[in-house]
Write a protein that binds this ligand. Structure first.
Ligand code: SAH
Length: 201
């Protein structure tokens, strides 16, 4: 899988090492475990999917470009915890929120299984960020929003970066950096994510 990611243009060796260090089969349903190392999104239950490794790598690489450390990081849409586990390889402070309680419970079990205890998980609607732990140097959103949630911009530290898929049928990754002069936006790849929904269940 790592060679394939390299062929697809992922150049950040630390990101590749972080992905190599996380056993993805732990995070997918048993019936799909044989496909865990294919570079595809796979179903998680509750109409959600575990993210495609290439997209995880691409987003984290974009967040790290020109910075040595992700710093305090917030993930919106933890799902089964896969991306949170990858992030935890790269930075010490990882917070992750998920709106579907049974998925959050799965994430807890999965992260415990791989002995990754530093991810702090919370059952909440990520539209509001995580005010009690803000500000964040990095915010990564794993579900597509139609517009950038204001709370996430507010909870970004100085020089902090936010990456999220924006759009409905056609989505694009957008990287937003908080600079002294304001928010600077860069548009990246076309992507396909499940939608960012409101409320918790
Ligand atoms: N990060 C996961 C991807 C999960 S898919 C991985 O590593 O595989 C996206 C997740 O976002 C789903 O679990 C979905 O329930 C969650 N989600 C959608 N809207 C949300 C919201 N408003 N707040 C928190 N989580 C949300």
């Amino acid at each position: 899988m790592i060679e394939r990611l390299r062929d697809q243009g992922i150049l950040d060796e630390e990101v590749l090492a972080a992905i190599a260090a996380v056993p993805r089969h732990v995070f997918v349903e048993e019936a799909l475990a044989s496909r865990a190392y294919e570079d595809t999104a796979l179903p998680l239950g509750f109409s959600q999917t575990i993210s495609q490794p290439y997209v995880v790598a691409r987003m984290i690489e974009a967040l790290r470009t020109g910075r040595s450390d992700l710093g305090k990081t917030l993930e919106i849409g933890a799902g089964c915890g896969y991306q949170a586990a990858v992030l935890a390889q790269l930075t010490d402070a990882v917070y992750a929120v998920e709106r579907i309680e049974p998925l959050l419970a799965k994430a807890k079990v999965n992260l415990r299984t791989i002995r990754q205890l530093k991810v702090r998980l919370k059952h909440a609607d990520g539209h509001f960020g995580l005010p009690e732990a803000a500000p964040f140097d990095t915010i990564i959103v794993a579900a597509a929003a139609t517009r950038v949630p204001t709370a996430l911009l507010q909870q970004l530290a100085a020089n902090g970066r936010l990456i999220l898929p924006l759009g409905t049928a056609r989505q694009q990754l957008v990287l937003i950096e908080r600079r002294a002069e304001g928010f600077v936006e860069t548009r990246l790849d076309a992507v396909r994510f499940v939608p960012l929904l409101s409320g918790v269940e």
